[in-house]
Design a protein around this ligand. Structure first.
Ligand code: AMP
Length: 183
């Protein structure tokens, strides 16, 4: 299956996407992780995006799209993949549509949680881009740029909504049940 995970920062998207990818034996592809890896390894791309990540802004589409399309060309993606953190705006949706064409998405899992839960979880996580200013900016960017994608995919009848509050195992089970109901 080709699955996209959508949800606000702190909703547990990365954790769940990784777990579901493991169960389904398909790669979990996280653009955030890929960027953090570049920053950590001080590659040319990493040096270019370091401050953008620290601020919680979106990396320019050209850089993001080039990086992800290269990854989606890898042979381990032929049986499916879990996308986590891409697409994050409408332009990226179009770039993905063009690139995957007949390998279109099978489902879009939308994880939901209240703002209080999101803030609590982000503070508990303590990633380097989890400063108060960056967190607040990322929540704004999510509302403005990414949340509208839920409607785009709802019109395509791909959205599966799952409550992101509860035990990690319980939420994974709910996602797997919802996905099994699709095929
Ligand atoms: P994440 O791990 O998904 O929270 O992403 C961490 C950071 O990486 C974001 O705050 C952005 O700066 C950057 N990033 C990740 N995915 C994208 C994307 N699809 N487009 C632009 N920037 C992204």
């Amino acid at each position: 299956m080709r699955i996209l995970f959508l949800g606000a920062p702190g909703v547990g998207k990365g954790t769940q996407a990784e777990r579901v990818g493991e169960v389904m034996s398909i790669p979990h592809i996280s653009t955030g992780e890929m960027f953090r890896h570049h920053v950590g390894s001080k590659t040319a791309l990493g040096l270019r995006v370091e401050e953008i990540l620290a601020r919680g802004d979106l990396v320019p589409d050209v850089l993001t799209v080039e990086m992800i399309l290269e990854r989606l060309g890898d042979p381990d993606t032929t049986d499916g993949f879990i996308l986590d953190g891409f697409p994050r705006n409408v332009a990226q949706v179009h770039a993905l549509d063009e690139a995957i064409g007949d390998r279109a998405l099978d489902a879009v899992v939308v994880l939901e949680a209240s703002n209080e839960v999101l803030q609590e979880r982000i503070l508990a996580r303590g990633r380097t881009d989890d400063t108060p200013e960056s967190v607040s900016n990322r929540l704004d960017v999510y509302e403005r740029e990414t949340a509208p994608l839920i409607d785009v995919y709802r019109e395509r009848r791909l959205v599966v909504k799952v409550d992101g509050v509860g035990e990690i195992e319980e939420i994974t089970a709910k996602i797997l049940t919802a996905l099994a109901g699709l095929s």
